[in-house]
Design a protein around this ligand. Structure first.
Ligand SMILES: [Zn+2]
Length: 272
């Protein structure tokens, strides 16, 4: 079974020509996955918003998605997110590989460890309170390195690092909110990065994301003035690159893990 998974964001709904489709039952709901091969690597794929983009950010079943991947043996997750630029130097079409995030979501179920549910991680049954650490690397450094290498090879415009601010949605942010996020150190803003990254850590999985800047956030003016048509064209073109970059990342990820993600639960359990 696959050890690597892709969670595709907006505009990224499939990667295989003829995938095996699999339904995985979890305590949090059922998940439909595509299983296929990228070069010689077996990979699972989930379209975060559904194949028809009919699941809004706050309604994505993040817990079921991550737990289903864990149940089939996935250790490493590459995600993609469409984001807006808070930092004016990140013009639409730029790829960003965040190295940190700020969570402004409000009403999401953001933990597996609710004190009641039994969670199985690497053969161990856990039930209680668990506080995972998000330092020093909220995102897996090994997956990030592989994404960055794939970006370099593709010759596209990208930024290594950045702070991803995650909002609840569905509405977009106000100009005052974006100004505040900018003061707080935010570089890009989106609605789906949390709790996915947190839930992956809670299951001791590796997780990193490749963000594609699709527009400037509210009130942000970049050095380049772009029309709506130009933004749409840049987005379409870069979505094609996004697929290739993710596929190349799959190939570049080392088979055995040398990061500390697999040890995320050591010392994190507050009660049993
Ligand atoms: Zn890792």
């Amino acid at each position: 079974m696959p050890r690597v998974a892709i969670i595709g964001g907006s505009g990224f709904y499939s990667i295989f020509e003829n995938p095996e489709q699999k339904e995985v039952k979890t305590p949090f709901g059922d998940v439909f996955l595509d299983i296929g091969r990228i070069r010689n690597v077996e990979v699972a794929f989930i379209a975060r918003h559904g194949k028809k983009h009919d699941i809004p950010p706050a309604k994505v079943n993040y817990k079921a998605n991550l737990y289903a991947l864990k149940q089939i043996g996935v250790e490493r997750v590459i995600a993609t997110n469409a984001v807006g630029a808070i930092n004016p130097s990140l013009e639409p079409g730029t790829f960003v590989v965040p190295d940190d995030f700020i969570d402004f979501t409000k009403n999401r179920d953001s933990t597996f460890y609710d004190g009641k549910t039994e969670i199985v991680v690497n053969g161990r049954v856990l039930k209680g309170v668990v506080h995972v650490s998000m330092t020093p690397d909220p995102y897996c450094p090994e997956i990030r390195r592989s994404i960055l290498q794939a970006l370099k090879e593709a010759g596209v415009k990208f930024r290594d690092g950045g702070v991803y601010v995650v909002t609840e949605g569905n509405r977009f942010e106000t100009p005052a909110e974006i100004k505040a996020f900018s003061y707080l150190g935010g570089d890009v803003v989106g609605m789906t990065g949390v709790p996915e990254v947190v839930l992956a850590r809670e299951l001791a999985m590796c997780y990193a994301t490749l963000c594609l800047v699709t527009n400037y956030a509210a009130g942000v003016q970049g050095s380049k003035k772009l029309t709506h048509d130009e933004v749409a064209e840049i987005y379409e073109r870069n979505l094609r690159y996004l697929r290739d970059i993710v596929a190349r990342t799959v190939e570049l990820i080392p088979i055995s893990r040398s990061c500390s993600c697999g040890k995320a639960l050591e010392g994190a359990i507050a009660s049993k």
